[in-house]
Ligand binder design. Sequence first.
Ligand code: NAD
Ligand code: DAU
Length: 336
Amino acid sequence: MRLLVAGGAGFIGSNFIRYILSNYSEVEVINFDKLTYAGNLENLTDIEHDPRYSFIKGDICDPKAVEKAVSRLGAKGLIVNFAAETHVDRSIVSAGSFIQTDVFGTMVLLEAVRKHKIARYLHISTDEVYGSVERGSFNERSGLEPNSPYAASKAGGDLIVRSYCKTYGVPAVITRSSNNYGPYQYPEKLIPLFITNLLEKKKVPLYGDGKNVRDWLYVEDNCSAIDLVLREGEIGEVYNIGGGNERQNLEITRIILETLDLDPKKWIEPVKDRPGHDRRYSVDCGKIKKLGWRPAKSFEDGLKETISWYRENRSWWKNTKKKQSEFKMSWLEARH
Ligand code: NAD
Ligand code: DAU
């Protein structure tokens, strides 16, 4: 099996490459990544010398580079596309690169899939495309009501995938997962930002009233779901993937503080809310459960292990964190 992973140097992509290499012996993985601020080859140092793995630095918006990489796969090749701009706060500051990569880049990949008759293209999307829901959960037939430029660019990507499937018969499938957490997540997202801030004895900036709800999914559970959809998902279909762990941001913050033995009164800094902040995400995962998938990790164990991982891997996040602090400071100041 030859598999091209676009965006394999990021958080979920690198965990997915590790998952595939440890679960399949007869596999060749090509990691195609632009190495933006979020891409980091240090996420893959443990497998970089594996003969089944190779890396190409390239941009999914560059048709020639994509064409060259995809032509190496052959007709039985598979593609999983994680490559995207992914941080909501950054999309609020500047949306251009989001539209470029998440919409245009998706189309460039689909063109190569068409031309080379790739066996399957799996597009990694997000539960954010459905928008916010006060009660109940979205299923795969719910309408798309994205509220941030990030979510809108992901919804645009999904619609391009759908159109290539309907118009040209491209063998595509889409997954829409909830919030992932675990090792190698860039310290701009809630869980790694708060853990690393607290390890550095800095306060954590909690948006609004802290009562927004997300459904947390351990990254390896998302990897097993993606692997299953890649093998058994029906062409043209969408599959929601959720952890079944809905928590308010304040609850998560308190668990992290408790685990690190810190007083919540001293370390939480309430800050002005994110514009257009979605109140609650929730997806109905009945469809992927029918394929036999279940998340294996409990939220309590996953969060504890994640905190330990950041404690034990300071060198991984130390340098990145400096650059991230500059963005965070200017973002928070701009909104005060
Ligand atoms: P990430 O930001 O950690 O990594 C993104 C990767 O894509 C980086 O390695 C980056 O260098 C690469 N990339 C960006 N633009 C590129 C381009 N033009 N060409 C090639 N490579 C490019 O992201 P992540 O959190 O691992 O998310 C991966 C995918 O999963 C994204 O599509 C995201 O929308 C989706 N997703 C993420 C979550 C989450 O909680 N993290 C949840 C649901 C869906
Ligand atoms: O739902 C899936 C999505 O989850 C993915 O598609 C996105 O790529 C990923 O970034 C994530 O989006 P969120 O906006 O939900 O994640 P983030 O970690 O940015 O924020 C989670 C919650 O925490 C949200 O309610 C905002 C809040 N928050 C976030 C940050 C960064 C804070 O209160 N303070 C912060 O500093």
